[in-house]
Design a protein around this ligand. Sequence first.
Ligand code: ADP
Length: 576
Amino acid sequence: MSSAGDTESAPRSGGAVLSAITDAPINILIVDDEPKNLTALESLLDSPGYRLVRAESADQALLALVAEEFAVLILDVRMPGMTGFELAQIIKGRKKTSRIPIIFLTAYYSEDQHILEGYGSGAVDYLHKPVNGPVLCSKVAVFAELHRKGREVEISNRALLAEVTERRRAELELKDLNENLDRLVFERTRALEQLQSDLREADRRKDEFIATLAHELRNPLAPVRSAAQILQRQAPADEAQWARDVIVRQIGIMVRLIDDLMDVSRINQGRIELQRERIDLARVLEIALEASRPHMAERGHEVQVSGAEAPLWLDGDPTRLSQIFVNLLTNAAKYTDHGGHIRIEVARDEAEVSVSVADDGIGIPAEELGAVFDMFSQVHSTVSRSQGGLGIGLSLVKHLVGLHGGRVSARSPGPGQGSVFVVSLPLLADQQVPRSVASPATEAAAAESLRILVVDDNVDGAEALLRLLELLGHEVRMVHDGEAAIAAVAEHRPQVMLLDIGLPLMDGYEVCRNVKSQPWGKHLAVVALSGWGDKEAQRRGEAAGFDRHLVKPVDESVLVSTLASLQKRTLPRRAP
Ligand code: ADP
């Protein structure tokens, strides 16, 4: 038997393997007990495309079949020992070799035919001896080609299977990656949400802190202001007068800063509320000019107002509207050198009025113009801070103008060339002049001596207020807690009680409710003194029975006009 030669080698790449298979000679096993018959077959089938393996017995054939793969088996039927048929039966019975096509060489057609049929068709054929060479060659060629194709298909299948497996693996990997990514995104989102909520919480706490800080800062200011105002009323030497003026002016600045701080937290919490009324723009500008004139006078600025002759009626909150222009005018004064010019121009444009506040000061660089209305933004921070600025004023202006349905803009030709701020506000549709408007001055003039009880747990605060009221000509007593207040009202029957809200044990609301329920409560006007001036605080006060609500530190003129208005409206005359 000849050598089995190369068997199938290790897997190679698809195309290379295919061509190696196509080019490799096809194995053909020839089995005959007669060596000369084998030699005859070899010469018949001699071709570079075939590799002929000889077996001279059934045993040799079986060994060869175990060792190699064959495209076709040419088998002599009559062999000593095991016949060709018996061998074929074994071959067909084994899984590995069952599909090898067999060509039997038989001498007797009739005796073998029925046996051949038993093996089925296709894989088994037969030829009569003496063998017809061309017939054998063509049958072998068919089986060889079939084998080659089979191998090709098998290799392709294997490659396909490898590809499918690889694709599946890649899909699984992708799925894993996706799941990882999803998890990462989920964790990241959770972390960001947490961060966002932490930030929101920190921001809320900051707002609360600013509000509390401003509130607490106000408390000590109230007695200082009253004390300074008392000093101012006494006729002093020049030096002392100067010192008192400084105190009053600086306190004014601190009060404004603290008010701004409170407004920041109100803006952030959306708690600024307008107390609207019909108001003439000229009156608003008058109040604003009055408040900011000291700044301008101090720096020798020349102020001009034009276009505000005819009344222009707005529906707005007088305090908040004045605050808008106080801020713009104070800024104009702050950022304009000594001896500069400030011009206010009012122009009506159908249903709207625009007020421009122009100065010839240090101006604003073009790239900063967009940011000046942002909270805490300061272009000239050194100048600004030296004059008590927090970078809040213009953002308040923008917010307040917005609440009034208007808009504000800034322009400047550049540094050193001044700035112009323009506020546009909607006018009331009805521009008729109302019949009469009471002025606070007339109310103030009506004030006369009252019996007043001051209630404040801040002893300095109560004392300062008591002295100021006494200087104003009133008869004043003070107590420092709620129970004492109720007792003092019962005993002395004051006409007015100035009552601090934040008292220990029994707060101002409770004291107010208590005294208002007494028979003498009807003739008593109760004025709240509170660090809080918002609508909610006022509503609570009204519900408890307060007649007026004043925000600490109370300015002397506000105190005077409040007492005057109370006296005019509700209080019975004092017993002589
Ligand atoms: P501040 O308290 O710092 O004055 P504002 O919010 O009122 O804060 O103003 C923001 C910034 O805009 C100021 O710091 C200042 O740099 C600039 N600015 C405002 N008004 C003027 C002006 N009339 N001329 C020049 N710069 C101005």
